[in-house]
Design a protein around this ligand. Structure first.
Ligand code: HEC
Length: 135
């Protein structure tokens, strides 16, 4: 009997210790394929143009989830089902401008669609701004 109580307590402790992991674990972003024609679209906005406007736009609309520097270092980022991803990494920066444009415009799950909230030109400007996060 005593043994059963002891092992029950031990088991309960174990479950409680690992519970936070289960509750707070966040999915890593899955691959996000982009149609070939969208992927190869050329950014019509010159990389240095309108960066200040894009920064305001980023801070206003994107930084709550992605962080000011795209490092997903916000409490909101941690509360989402899917991690927004670290935009300073070589992996992220390896995406083409067309891919970043498409993902911003179309969205997926926790990532909102900006097709109605931003013009195409604004999205291209923000794509250039996301390039400044490169390490
Ligand atoms: C409500 C939170 C939220 C906001 C606001 C938000 N995002 Fe996201 N974003 C996410 C999440 C979560 C993902 C990962 C989605 C996935 O992989 O399914 C993501 C993914 C992305 C990606 C694709 C990342 C990759 O690896 O290619 C881009 C690009 C992006 N966001 C740009 C933006 C831009 C630009 C804005 C503002 C105009 C913005 N996001 C606003 C949550 C957000």
């Amino acid at each position: 009997m005593k043994k059963t109580i002891k092992s029950t307590i031990a088991l309960t402790c174990l479950v409680l210790a690992f519970l936070p992991l289960a509750v707070f674990s966040q999915d890593k972003a899955k691959p996000w394929p982009v149609p070939a024609d969208a992927k190869s679209k050329v950014n019509p906005v010159k990389s240095k143009a309108a960066l200040a406007d894009a920064e305001n736009l980023w801070n206003d609309k994107c930084s709550s989830c992605h962080g000011k520097k795209g490092l997903e270092d916000t409490s909101k980022a941690r509360s989402l089902d899917t991690a927004p991803g670290n935009f300073s990494t070589a992996d992220f920066q390896a995406s083409t401008d067309g891919e970043l444009f498409y993902r911003t415009k179309v969205g997926r799950e926790d990532m909102p669609s900006y097709s109605k909230k931003l013009t195409d030109e604004e999205i291209w400007e923000v794509v250039n701004y996301m390039r400044t996060f490169k390490k």
